[in-house]
Design a protein around this ligand. Structure first.
Ligand SMILES: Cc1cc2nc3c(=O)[nH]c(=O)nc-3n(C[C@H](O)[C@H](O)[C@H](O)COP(=O)(O)OP(=O)(O)OC[C@H]3O[C@@H](n4cnc5c(N)ncnc54)[C@H](O)[C@@H]3O)c2cc1C
Length: 378
C-alpha cells in the first residue's frame, strides 16, 4: 500500500521502473502534458539518479562527488518537448553550462587535444550543486501524485487481468521500464536470475510489438565501467575538469578518463573511469574484480598524473572511497527503434539512453526518449 495524500492505495495508473534521468524525465514530461493520475517509481538505488550519481559522505556533509556521468552531453541545443523539460531547469539554475576544461592525454603521458568523442561534441551542462540535483528536480516536477519506492530492485513481474502486479499487492495499469535489466538476458548471469522477467510475464505471441522489442533488446551490448573514487588532501590551481585518454592511451592503461571534482577546503575528489577487460562478472567474481581494478587503476594513475606534480605526489596519501561498477555504463549497438517504445497490447513502454535517436548512449538520449514516450503514452 502506498500513501497518495491522505489515501492509501494499492492500485496506481502508472509504474515506472528506474528513477534515473529517463524515469524521472518521463514522469515530469507526462505531468507537463496534463496527466493527473498516480505514478509510482521503483528504484533499486537509495535515491533518484541512476548513472547520474552523486556520492556523499556521512563524516563530511559538504563532500559531494559526481561519480557517474560528470556532465549532461547533448548533440545540439535541446529542441521542442525536450527543451520544454530542460529549459525550466536552466532558468531555475538547477543546470548550468559546463565550462570545465577538458584535456587529452596520450599513451606517453603528454597533454594533447581531447579525443573526438560524441560526449564532447555538443553543448554540455552540469547539475547544481551536483549532478543528482537534476533527477531530484525532475521527480519534484512530477508532482504530488508521484511516489518513489527506493532501495527495491524489481526482480519479477506478473501481468494479470490487464494489471501489472508487484510485491505488496501493488498493481499498475501501465508499466514503463527504463534500464533494460528486466528485459535482457545478461541479468541471468550477473544477478543469478532464473528468467527474463518481462518475457515470463507476457508469453510469446500475445503482444507482437513486445516480442519484437525483446528480440531487439536481446541483441544489445553495453560496456561496463569500474570507477575508482579517491579523496585527495589538496587541490592545485588550474586543474581540468576532465582528462580524456586518447584511444591508444585507453588501450594501454584500461582507463577512459579521469574526472576532477573540487571540494570545499582545497580538497579534491577524483574519479577514474576504468574500462572493462572482459572478465566474466558474477556475484561470486565481483569482490575480487573490484580489488583488482582498484590496484590496477592506482598504478596507472601514478603515471597519468605526472603532468600535475602536486597530485602525483599526493597520490600515495589519497584515500580510497572504493570502486563502483557501472553495469551497463554505455549502450554500444543495436538501439531499440522508437516505434517499439510503446507496446499497447501489454501496456508496457521503454525509455532510456538505449533507444535510437539523437543522444543515443548519453544524457540527451535518456531525456529525449522519455519525452518521446510521454507523447506516445498520453
Ligand atoms: C561512468 C559514466 C560516465 C558517463 N558520462 C557521461 C557524460 O559525460 N555525458 C553524458 O551525457 N552521459 C554520460 N553517461 C551516460 C549517462 O549517465 C546516461 O546516458 C544516463 O544517465 C542514462 O539515464 P537512464 O535513466 O536511461 O538510465 P539509468 O541512469 O541507468 O537509470 C536506470 C535506473 O533504473 C534502475 N533500475 C534498473 N532496473 C531496475 C529494477 N529491476 N528495479 C528497480 N530499479 C531498477 C537503476 O537502478 C537505475 O537507477 C555516463 C555514464 C556513466 C556510467
Amino acid at each position: 500500500m502506498i500513501f497518495f495524500g491522505d489515501s492509501q492505495q494499492s492500485d496506481v495508473d502508472l509504474a515506472v521502473i528506474g528513477a534515473g534521468l529517463a524515469g524521472t524525465g518521463f514522469a515530469a514530461s507526462v505531468r507537463q502534458r496534463g496527466f493527473e493520475g498516480t505514478i509510482l517509481l521503483f528504484e533499486a538505488g537509495r535515491g533518484p539518479g541512476g548513472r547520474v550519481a552523486t556520492r556523499r559522505r556521512r563524516d563530511d556533509l559538504q563532500w559531494r562527488l559526481d561519480h557517474g556521468a560528470p556532465c549532461f552531453s547533448f548533440s545540439q541545443a535541446p529542441q521542442g518537448p525536450l527543451a520544454d523539460l530542460w529549459n525550466p531547469l536552466l532558468e531555475q539554475g538547477i543546470v548550468q553550462p559546463d565550462c570545465g576544461l577538458v584535456v587529452g592525454l596520450n599513451e606517453t603521458g603528454c597533454l594533447v587535444d581531447p579525443p573526438d568523442h560524441p560526449l564532447l561534441q555538443g553543448p554540455r551542462f552540469r547539475g547544481v550543486p551536483t549532478m543528482a540535483s537534476v533527477p531530484e528536480a525532475l521527480l519534484k516536477l512530477a508532482g504530488a501524485n508521484t511516489r518513489g519506492v527506493f532501495g527495491e530492485r524489481i526482480s519479477s513481474l506478473r501481468r494479470e487481468n490487464g494489471w501489472w502486479c508487484f510485491s505488496g499487492h501493488l498493481r499498475a495499469r501501465s508499466l514503463v521500464v527504463t534500464g533494460n535489466l528486466l528485459a535482457h538476458p545478461r541479468s541471468l548471469a550477473m544477478l543469478g536470475w532464473h528468467d527474463v522477467p518481462l518475457r515470463s510475464a507476457v508469453p510469446l505471441n500475445l503482444d507482437l510489438a513486445l516480442d519484437a522489442a525483446l528480440e531487439r533488446i536481446r541483441e544489445m551490448h553495453a560496456s561496463v565501467r569500474w570507477n575508482l573514487m579517491l579523496d585527495f588532501p589538496c587541490f592545485p590551481e588550474e586543474l581540468p575538469r576532465q582528462i580524456w585518454l586518447t584511444s591508444n592511451a585507453q588501450e594501454k592503461f584500461g582507463i577512459e578518463r579521469i574526472v576532477l571534482h573540487r571540494q570545499q577546503g582545497r580538497r579534491l575528489g577524483l574519479v577514474v573511469h576504468g574500462l572493462d577487460d572482459g572478465s566474466p562478472i558474477t556475484p561470486a567474481s565481483q569482490p575480487r574484480l573490484l580489488l583488482e581494478q582498484e590496484s590496477r587503476q592506482r598504478k596507472a594513475l601514478a603515471e597519468l598524473l605526472l603532468p600535475w606534480p602536486e597530485l602525483a605526489q599526493a597520490l600515495p596519501v589519497a584515500r580510497s572511497l572504493g570502486v563502483m561498477r557501472w553495469g551497463a555504463s554505455q549502450p554500444l549497438d543495436a538501439p531499440l527503434p522508437p516505434s517499439l517504445q510503446w507496446c499497447q497490447p501489454s501496456a508496457v513502454g521503454f525509455c532510456g539512453d538505449w533507444i535510437a535517436g539523437p543522444g543515443f548512449g548519453m544524457a540527451e538520449g535518456a531525456l529525449q526518449s522519455a519525452v518521446d514516450l510521454a507523447a506516445q503514452w498520453i
